[in-house]
Design a protein around this ligand. Structure first.
Ligand code: PLP
Length: 389
């Protein structure tokens, strides 16, 4: 038979899903995949049940229903300080992932290059490749995830179309500072590049770190597409509802792409969020303080088991190094260490190599996701200490 398309030949089940399958087989605790198993807030559930009852079951506009786009516009202006003024500068998509695909298809031609910072979120690189765009990784410096500006400037070529910025970052939790964003913007302007930002963890920042949106900087709006969504903030990763904010002409093209690929985001869920937003500020405050407590539990456990880690400034992952134990049996590399933690503690993590283009760069790291109910995280930490401390 004729072969499948070349673009699918490199596609493999991601390490993250494979680890989930392995830990499920032993009935363990999954600190691997970035799914939060916390409850969906009542106002969101209630408004969505009402929307289903009200029969909101048909296609919506491809860029999403207007009341939801208005609610997102308000949030984008007040929280992100984006200079957006019109609901047409908002696109509702089937998760921020779908909005990312629309952004890449709207901006990039096959053969273009897009720069991103390593370690990276694997979906960004894998999707770029699938769409015929070359991801070009620029390494953040370890252990504090600083930006190597010379490396960034050297990575720009005539084929570079855009830079992807993930802040707060997965897997390291880096929150880009104002000074870093200013310097990045200088390069974007000088080399006439677009920016696609992924700000899905924007409400999870720690120790006074403030989330800043690149698109809010003077001059950045015209060249920045800001992506975020409801998955992480409202514990609805499976609902598939996210959004983009940016220039109306660019978003119109992204909406036309979305229309062809999936027509619209799920209608009753859009009405549900339109009914539930805005939620009181106290919701976001409680979210940040609950995650602060989880981060403390996770970080102290990593200290106790001899894993080196920089405390994440944001997001809900610890990207820890076990280099100090690398001489021990079962800790030869990241895959071995991941298997050892499942085997000895019944706890799943993600091997560090999943986050680098050069797998060797992550061979002594594991990513721990701490978006778990307190009692589940507590049990995971207890097991890790019992097995490894
Ligand atoms: N962006 C980052 C950095 C993520 O870590 C994830 C999920 O883990 C997503 C996007 C997925 O977002 P969504 O559910 O809105 O598609």
């Amino acid at each position: 038979m004729r072969p499948l398309a070349r673009r699918t030949q490199q596609l493999r089940q991601s390490d993250i899903r494979a680890v989930t399958a392995a830990v499920d087989r032993v009935g363990g605790i999954n600190l691997g995949q970035g799914i939060c198993d916390l409850a969906t807030p009542d106002p969101v559930r209630g408004a969505t049940i009402d929307a289903v009852e009200a029969g909101h079951s048909i296609y919506t506009a491809y860029n999403g229903i207007r009341p939801l786009r208005e609610a997102i516009l308000d949030k984008a202006r007040s929280f992100n300080r984006l200079p957006a003024t019109d609901p047409d500068e908002v696109l509702v998509g089937a998760g921020s992932t779908a909005a990312f695909v629309s952004a890449v298809l709207a901006l990039c031609d096959p053969g273009d290059e897009v720069i991103l910072f390593e370690p990276f979120y694997g979906y960004h690189t894998a999707l770029l490749r699938l769409l015929g765009v070359a991801p070009v990784g620029v390494g953040l410096t370890q252990p504090d995830w600083g930006v190597d500006w010379d490396a960034l400037e050297a990575a720009v070529t005539p084929r570079t179309k855009a830079v992807i910025l993930c802040t707060p970052g997965n897997p390291h939790g880096k929150v880009w500072s104002r000074a870093e964003l200013d310097r990045l913007l200088e390069i974007l302007e000088r080399d006439d590049l677009w920016a696609i930002t992924d700000e899905i963890y924007e409400y999870m920042t720690y120790e006074g770190r403030e989330h800043l949106s690149l698109g809010s900087l003077p001059g950045a709006w015209d060249r920045t597409i800001t992506l975020s969504g409801f998955s992480k903030t409202f514990n609805v990763t499976g609902w598939r509802l996210g959004y983009a904010v940016g220039r109306a002409d660019v978003l119109e093209k992204m909406g036309l792409v979305a229309d062809l690929v999936y027509i619209c985001a799920p209608a009753p869920l859009q009405y549900g969020f339109a009914g539930a937003l805005p939620v009181p500020e106290a919701y976001y405050e409680a979210l940040a303080s609950d995650y602060t407590e989880r981060r403390r539990m996770m970080g102290e456990t990593l200290d106790a088991i001899g894993f080196d880690h920089s405390w994440p400034e944001g997001a809900y992952y610890a990207f820890a190094s076990f280099a100090g134990r690398a001489g021990e049996r079962g800790f030869e590399d990241d895959r071995a260490a991941c298997a050892t933690l499942i085997d000895r503690a019944g706890v799943a993590t993600v091997p560090g190599s999943a986050f680098f283009s050069d797998a060797g760069a992550g061979r002594h790291r594991l990513r721990f996701c701490f978006a778990k109910e307190m009692d589940v995280l507590d049990e995971a930490c207890r097991r890790l200490r019992a097995a490894l401390a």
